[in-house]
Design a protein around this ligand. Structure first.
Ligand SMILES: O=C(O)CCC(=O)C(=O)O
Length: 305
């Protein structure tokens, strides 16, 4: 019988034990950190596949907030002074009618922002349309939400810059009912003879006092055709006719004829934030028919919802 040989276990010194403990601690710490990280909800293989498909279609891999497909929204540059773009068929006839149906139940005489020293009486006759404010929340058809998104995409200005109507009854949000401020379109109806004299959408602080934010651009969506008249006009187009003696009631300059579904975007501010004097605009009187238009004013600062 072979005698059992006793295998000696090597004795570890204190420093070795200490180093081993430290290594185990590090492995445990980094291992748990890696495992607890958020798992992306797209499988890496899938993401690679998407990117390959995009590249095959001539598309770029897009960022988190980008889009996976190309869109074509036709536009025409109407003018550089003011910067004005025209978007034919921006909305469908049905979408325009949806907006009119909501607006026509609650029209009121349109009002004006008053300059220092002006009163409702002294400005009477400047803006003779009827109008109302409608927010996307109120529109069950989803049309205004869709249009708001589309405007944000063509301007690349987030919809949170859309002007708020300060006092609206928030009826469509189940959680918060009551009066409050909410982003809204101003929907206008002009009947025969009604008009809006030339004005700026931006508020010159020298005339209106200090402004927290400024209207930088306006998007007009024409909801109806007009048989005659009712054009949106820019009397100082190209800067050539800017004079202090200009008659603000005259319907001259660049004129855009309303056509159901078409959009018009113009900028009231230069890139440096100052007011573009050629953005003066108004609505010529309607001569035959009726004009419906939805205006979205876009501010240079995010508006709080
Ligand atoms: O009705 C138009 O064509 C112009 C409307 C407008 O100037 C405005 O809403 O500020």
């Amino acid at each position: 019988m072979r005698a059992k040989t006793k295998r000696s276990i090597p004795k570890l010194g204190l420093p070795t034990v200490f180093v081993l403990c430290f290594l185990f601690f590090l492995a445990g710490f980094f291992g748990s950190t890696l495992l607890s990280q958020d798992v992306p909800n797209v499988r890496p293989g899938m993401k690679m596949l998407e990117i390959e498909q995009e590249e095959q279609n001539g598309l770029m891999p897009h960022g988190e907030t980008g889009e996976a497909s190309l869109h074509s929204i036709p536009f025409q540059v109407l003018s550089w002074q003011p910067r004005a773009l025209f978007f034919p068929n921006f909305a469908t006839a049905e979408q325009c009618q949806n907006i009119i149906e909501i607006a026509k139940l609650r029209l009121k005489p349109s009002t004006l922002a008053l300059r220092k020293g002006e009163t409702a009486e002294s400005t009477k006759g400047t803006r003779t349309s009827s109008g109302t404010f409608i927010s996307a929340y109120e529109d069950k058809s989803g049309t205004l939400d869709f249009i708001e998104e589309k405007i944000a995409r063509v301007t690349m200005i987030p919809k949170t810059h859309g002007e708020m109507c300060k006092k609206m009854l928030l009826v469509s949000r189940s959680s918060d009912k009551g009066w409050g401020g909410i982003r809204a379109f101003n929907v206008l109806r002009y009947e025969i003879g009604q008009k809006y004299d030339s004005h700026y959408d931006a508020f010159n602080p020298a005339e209106y006092g200090p402004q927290k934010s400024q209207r930088m651009a306006s998007f007009l969506l024409y909801l109806s055709d007009v048989e005659e008249g009712g054009e949106t006009m820019f009397p100082f187009e190209n800067g050539s006719k800017i004079t202090w003696s200009y008659d603000y009631k005259k319907c001259i300059g660049l004129k855009v004829k309303p056509r159901r579904g078409d959009g018009l975007l113009f900028y009231s501010l230069f890139p440096n934030g100052t007011i573009d004097r050629t953005s003066l605009h108004g609505s010529c009187p309607v001569i035959r028919g009726q004009k419906w238009v939805a205006t979205k004013w876009i501010r240079d600062q995010e508006q709080e919802d």
